[in-house]
Design a protein around this ligand. Structure first.
Ligand code: HPA
Length: 241
């Protein structure tokens, strides 16, 4: 069975594997995917921002990306996001397996249910990330002794600007744990197409105004952390096939 990994900021490929670029033509536009070969033939990789980080959060063609994975026959998807931290439980370089989101995006093409020939339904979003895939991921993380917070709420802003200090205070008060710009509509679109989708966020900074006037990006240890996330994803996806 084919599974997919979606990489965000800083995650542009799976080291060590041979992955071949393929342009998928979907009814919603083109999507670029990377299909694994040899021992990685069970995996597809998709770089949300492009492999050279050229597509800003609000310009990503989320519908084409998710439709392309569905057209390839992908069932399980693990996605990763670079985020800012709102609280001490997920500090910079911390990992969290997301279980909820708060959507502050606007103007995005956010649903396949456009009515008419596209059909129409109200997708259940009580638990926006696949509970069983997340549970399995947490078991694998435990086996690998990889520290990860087992649940957390992702606040999705429209970007590409960062937040004001007041917005950060509000997001924390509303129950957010981390802030990013790309988690929505990716997760709901995956749900609409029946994909099993779970996500891990890794923090690269404290959110604006929380710890210092100047926003500091944490880079030490980041490469190793990203490699651990990919290793966690591959083991998890192979264990649910
Ligand atoms: N805010 C929004 N998105 C982000 C941040 C942030 O502080 N860090 C990484 N992605």
């Amino acid at each position: 069975m084919l599974s997919a990994i979606i990489g965000g900021t800083g995650v542009y490929g799976i080291p060590g594997g041979v992955f071949t670029e393929e342009i998928m033509v979907t009814p919603f536009g083109k999507a670029k995917v990377y299909r694994g070969e040899g021992e990685y033939a069970d995996l597809v990789f998709l770089a949300r921002h492009g492999v050279n980080h050229s597509v800003p959060p609000h310009k990503i063609n989320y519908k084409a990306n998710i439709k392309a994975l569905s057209m390839l026959g992908v069932k399980n998807v693990l996605a990763t996001f670079a985020v800012g931290s709102l609280r001490e439980s997920v500090p910079p370089l911390g990992l969290v397996a997301l279980d909820q989101f708060l959507d502050f995006t606007s103007g995005r093409d956010f649903t396949f249910y456009e009515g008419g020939k596209w059909g129409f339904d109200h997708c259940v979003m009580t638990h926006p990330y696949c509970t069983s895939l997340r549970k399995r991921l947490l078991e694998v993380a435990k086996e690998k002794a990889l520290p990860i917070q087992s649940a957390g709420t992702y606040v999705c802003t429209n970007g590409p600007r960062l937040e004001t200090a007041a917005e950060v205070r509000m997001y924390a008060q509303l129950g957010g744990d981390v802030v990013g710009m790309t988690g929505v509509p990716e997760a709901p679109l995956a749900r609409e197409l029946g994909l099993h989708y779970a996500a891990v966020a890794f923090s690269i900074n404290w959110c604006a105004g929380l710890k210092s006037e100047v926003m500091e990006m944490h880079e030490d240890g980041l490469e190793a952390l990203k490699a651990s996330i990919l290793d966690l994803f591959i083991t998890t996806l192979r264990s649910v096939q």
